[in-house]
Design a protein. Structure first.
Length: 280
């Protein structure tokens, strides 16, 4: 099999379009609590498509607003700063990796799972004393390496998905067998290329293959959120399998059954609103 050489993959990363200034500002701000409302609204307003998508979601029946929301400032006032920031960051990232002629790859399922993992990571974050919005961003980006593979190495990724179907195995196993690299390695390289915070880079690199469970709290949250999102089957992907998690993960999180049940319920409830961004 013609494995992808890591050097070739890194070369392709440099050919990817850079994230727009708006996306970079939004993602960077997820790790900051002192961002001004006006600054955020101004960033979003720079991008007409992003503004339209954010306002459409704010006016959706999920939020049940009594009056029409017509500006980003209104949306922030009514829905809250964090909700609008999450919505805008998600929409911006989805817009960056819009679908193409990748016939066998289901972008909608991909983003549904990513949003579910992001929402779940945000739910888990307070229990491990980490920034919930930082956790949300990590969840949203955790499988971003797959988008690099499917858009930059299309024939090889077609072969990977065929291998998964034939062997009824987890995608990670198929990637390693066919490509010689997996999406976690590629995602890690991409976040390095984008100069994301170190904690985020490490969490993406280790969310399937931690060297041990003595990893950062963000990595633990990401591994758990990914597994829960798969278990809740929110991607609506018929081939979805729960990724194997390291033995002892749930004990290391230190969450009781009641707490985990609450996380499951809250994730499903929050996902219903967050996933509306995929409609149109």
């Amino acid at each position: 099999m013609n494995h992808i050489v890591l050097d070739e993959m890194l070369r392709r990363l440099h050919d990817l379009p850079s994230l727009s200034t708006v996306v970079m500002e939004l993602l960077a701000s997820m790790n900051q609590d002192d961002v001004q409302v006006g600054t955020l609204a101004q960033s979003i307003a720079q991008d007409q498509a992003l503004t339209a998508k954010t306002l459409r979601l704010a006016n959706s029946s999920f939020y049940g607003m009594a009056r029409q929301i017509t500006t980003i400032q209104d949306a922030i006032a009514i829905l809250g700063f964090r909700t609008v920031r999450s919505v805008a960051a998600t929409a911006a990232l989805i817009g960056t990796f819009a679908g193409g002629p990748y016939t066998r790859f289901n972008f909608a399922s991909f983003w549904r799972h990513s949003i579910a993992a992001a929402v779940c990571a945000r739910e888990l974050a307070p229990y491990l004393n980490i920034n919930p919005e930082h956790a949300y961003t990590a969840g949203l980006l955790h499988d971003i390496g797959r988008l690099v593979l499917v858009t930059q190495f299309q024939p090889q990724y077609e072969a990977t998905m065929a291998y998964r179907t034939e062997h009824d195995c987890h995608l990670l196993e198929a990637e390693r067998a066919v490509l010689g690299v997996d999406h976690a390695q590629v995602g890690h390289a991409l976040t390095q290329h984008w100069k994301f915070p170190q904690a985020m880079q490490h969490a993406l690199a280790e969310h399937h293959a931690p060297s041990s469970l003595d990893v950062s709290a963000l990595t633990l949250v990401l591994m758990a959120a990914d597994a829960i999102a798969h278990a809740l089957d929110l991607s609506l992907d018929a081939d979805d399998l729960v990724a194997p998690v390291p033995a002892g993960l749930w004990q290391r999180l230190g969450l009781g059954e009641t707490t985990l049940q609450l996380v499951f319920e809250n994730t499903e409830a929050q996902f219903a609103g967050a996933s509306l961004i995929l409609n149109g």
